[in-house]
Design a protein around this ligand. Structure first.
Ligand SMILES: [Zn+2]
Length: 347
């Protein structure tokens, strides 16, 4: 049995389901969006565009891509190559991309995933929302679209319910978007004059570390206070750590022609669904190793011979797989194939 043919079959089956059940994202203003896709590489092709929803769906059913992206930007000439200058960009969605590395607790290589790093990605997404987007940017939960990236991350779109506000932010310049990013990364934090958001955030961290906070609550010029403290190195350290808590892909906010995965497509490395979540509650309960799996794949079982030297382990829908596994489900097949594990399908 040819593995790639079988993988393609599973992707096709999924896209049939997703289109029939109307869950595959149809990006708004579809005729102004650029699309990109890939099979064995992430993006083999871009500068693809569709006149309408029908053409888009037909293409997806026919091609069943392993990686599938749309532009955040709306463009007059989405299929022109040659970069942002040629495309006539007139509007752009705003989204943050949290994409974490493996954690200290992880026992695997950088390109693998486990409970620990998936948990870290989720905690960072919650932190971004609860520490920045809601209190500092004044957004409501309903103004956010939270999407699991399909791998070790989350995409958080800012989609204000108020059309006027949405109009304003989707016409932000690159510099405006950069400013949002810099704020979150603490790049425009001046200790001589600390604003309310960062003051709240840092005082919380100081408290946890047992640092006296009375002066910090009263005074705006923190530099003056810190320089007089004996533990100033420790304090500066906490500030730096707090600034670096989030692993954000800056290009997703920055780059004019950045592509982001289509919601409810599949991620070619994992075979997991790029899954939209209903608010913070669902995010907090979300377990990608179970909830981002297309359940039909779990009903398919393959006999395999795995002959890869690397020792690995992955748990999908409560079932563990490793080098010695003889039977795997469709979801494990897609994960192992996406991670270049060497195996053959028997029968
Ligand atoms: Zn891990």
């Amino acid at each position: 049995m040819n593995t790639f043919v079988e993988v393609q079959k599973l992707y096709r089956e999924y896209y049939n389901f997703a289109i029939k059940n109307n869950i595959l994202e149809i990006p708004e203003g579809i005729e102004y969006r650029e699309f990109g896709y890939g099979y064995l590489k992430k993006v083999d092709n871009r500068n693809l565009s569709f006149k309408n929803e029908g053409e888009y769906k037909d293409w997806v059913l026919k091609n069943a891509p392993m990686h599938f992206y749309k532009s955040l930007a709306y463009m007059l000439y989405p299929n022109k190559s040659g970069g942002a200058a040629k495309k006539g960009i007139f509007r752009r969605e705003l989204a943050f991309d949290i994409d974490v590395h493996k954690t200290k607790k992880c026992k695997h290589d950088e390109d693998w995933i486990c409970k620990n790093c998936l948990e870290e990605a989720k905690n960072q997404a919650i932190y971004l929302i609860e520490e920045f987007l809601i209190p500092d940017f004044g957004l409501n939960e309903e103004d956010l679209k939270i999407v699991f990236s399909g791998n070790r991350g989350y995409h958080i779109y800012i989609k204000p319910k108020d059309e006027n506000i949405r109009d304003i932010i989707e016409k932000f310049s690159k510099e405006d978007r950069r400013f949002l990013m810099d704020y979150i990364m603490g790049k425009n934090l001046y200790l001589e004059s600390v604003g309310s958001g960062w003051r709240r955030r840092l005082i919380k961290e100081f408290k946890k570390a047992g640092i006296g906070i009375k002066q910090f609550e009263k005074e705006k010029n923190w530099k003056k206070i810190i320089e007089k403290r004996k533990n100033k190195d420790k304090i500066y350290n906490i500030i730096e750590k707090t600034k670096n808590k989030l692993e954000l892909d800056e290009k997703v906010m920055d780059d004019d022609i950045r592509l982001l995965r289509v919601i409810n497509s599949l991620h070619g490395y994992t075979g997991f669904v790029v899954k939209p979540l209903n608010g913070l509650d669902e995010l907090k309960r979300f377990n990608p190793l179970k909830d981002a799996i297309f359940k039909e794949f779990e009903n398919k079982v393959y006999e395999v011979n795995i002959f890869d030297d690397r020792k690995f382990e992955i748990e999908i829908c409560g079932k563990k797989y490793n080098n010695k596994s003889k039977k795997i489900t469709g979801s494990a097949l897609l994960y192992l194939f996406g991670h270049n594990i060497k195996f053959e399908l028997l029968q």
